[in-house]
Design a protein around this ligand. Sequence first.
Ligand code: ZN
Length: 130
Amino acid sequence: MKEISVQSASRFEMIDITGTVRASVREEKIESGIVLVYTPHTTAAVTINENADPDVPRDLLAALDRAVPLSANYRHSEGNSAAHVKSSLVGASEMVIVENGRLVLGAWQSIFFCEFDGPRTRKVFIKFLK
Ligand code: ZN
């Protein structure tokens, strides 16, 4: 398993970590298998979506914000319930196929770390299933 550190710069942010995952696949010399990208946090997530147009991650964050407002009579006293809800909606991990030493992603797909309660230093674990 490999651990990477991700530094978010704002409260809500989608950070493209595709390059880091790709580099890990190369380092491990994986020819064929699956890579699991997992974040062990309850107010963050991992997802795959488009990054060719930066408006897509921006729209995703805005839509999540409309669906899950910051305040809505939540009971959790830490004050970050919206971030917990978004984390569960989006999910903590993604699995990507590796074939011929390469991540099998669509032309417009990128792997994003999603920050919902930043800025913070976060962890992402990468596990290779060969
Ligand atoms: Zn909390």
